[in-house]
Design a binder for this molecule. Structure first.
Ligand code: NAD
Length: 284
């Protein structure tokens, strides 16, 4: 049971944790802070949080657990603002989509208190953002990855693990670098591809005409291009090397497909498409 949970960044990810823990009776009070006054008031009006703080200092001062769920580019400034005001025994965790950069920022900001920081990433989400996008069941039957490092207090990790389990999530521990490579492949690269394709079509003069004939496949593939631009800029810059390595591999693959189409090499196309279909049909 958490007495006071502070959520910094009351949007889809932070708000959904608050709503879930409240619905399970696992928290006495949730105090929230978001940079925009509108978001704070909206979160309060929707019952996502019990109290809106006017500053990060006020939000974290009495908290037992602090969950930071702001865009990754804002994490280091938020950590710096928190560090002087947090109780030494409070546990800090986050929901950032790539971990190495966030861990570096936390190590720098929290000093001796860094052992209380448990890096985390809920593998759940939608393309919507803000407090109104939050819902209590977002994490049910989803995975949450924790990436504790050598300095992390195992008791803090255990508490955060239990917190996520209460939301109905399955919790895994993973090495930081492995996490960032895996997520670059399954989440970050697909978002970059979707943004590129939809952005490319949007620039065409005949865009409306083209999109009028978009069918289910295009809708499925393009849904994630509706995700928040700031959040995805921060993820791309925050997991730079892993994404660049995959983009390199992707270019090689797309170049081979392009060449096969030019050469009318149907066998190669069948080989690539059938391998992908088999993987998609059998693995998920
Ligand atoms: P969101 O836009 O719904 O919510 C972010 C909130 O942070 C907003 O309320 C915004 O007002 C606030 N905020 C922005 N900058 C701030 C600052 N400097 N100080 C204080 N508050 C600030 O975004 P989200 O989808 O909830 O994402 C939050 C974090 O979770 C990101 O780090 C993202 O990488 C990660 N994440 C997102 C998803 C997803 O699918 N959306 C999934 C897993 C992890």
């Amino acid at each position: 049971m958490i007495n006071r949970l502070a959520v910094i960044g009351v949007g889809l990810i932070g708000g959904s944790l608050a709503l879930s823990l409240k619905s399970k009776g696992a928290v006495n009070e949730v105090i929230g802070y978001s940079r925009s006054e509108n978001a704070r008031q909206e979160a309060l009006a929707l019952g996502v949080i019990d109290k809106a703080a006017d500053s990060i200092a006020e939000a974290v001062a009495e908290a037992d657990v602090v969950f930071v769920a702001v865009p990754m580019g804002a994490m280091s400034a938020v950590f710096a603002d928190m560090s002087q005001h947090i109780r030494p025994e409070a546990i800090i965790t986050d929901g950032g989509s790539a971990k190495a950069q966030v861990i570096m920022a936390a190590r720098e900001a929290f000093g001796d208190n860094f052992k209380q920081f448990v890096p985390g990433h809920p593998i759940a989400g939608t393309e919507k953002s803000g407090p109104s996008a939050a819902f209590a069941t977002l994490y049910e039957d989803h995975r949450v990855v924790l990436t504790p490092v050598s300095e992390t207090d195992p008791a803090a990790t255990a508490k955060i693990k239990m917190m996520w389990q209460l939301t109905g999530a399955e919790v895994f521990e993973m090495d930081v670098e492995h996490h960032d490579t895996v997520l670059a492949a399954t989440s970050h690269l697909p978002h970059v591809l979707a943004f590129n394709l939809v952005g490319m079509l949007a620039q065409r003069d005949d865009c409306d005409e083209v999109l009028r004939y978009a069918a289910g496949g295009f809708r499925d593939f393009s849904r994630i291009a509706s995700s928040d631009a700031v959040m995805w800029r921060d993820i791309c810059l925050g997991n730079k090397q892993a994404i660049l390595d995959l983009l390199d591999e992707y270019h090689q693959g797309i170049n081979k497909i392009e060449q096969a189409i030019k050469d009318e090499d149907g066998d190669y196309l069948i080989e690539v498409f059938a391998r992908a279909k088999k993987a998609r049909d059998t693995r998920f």
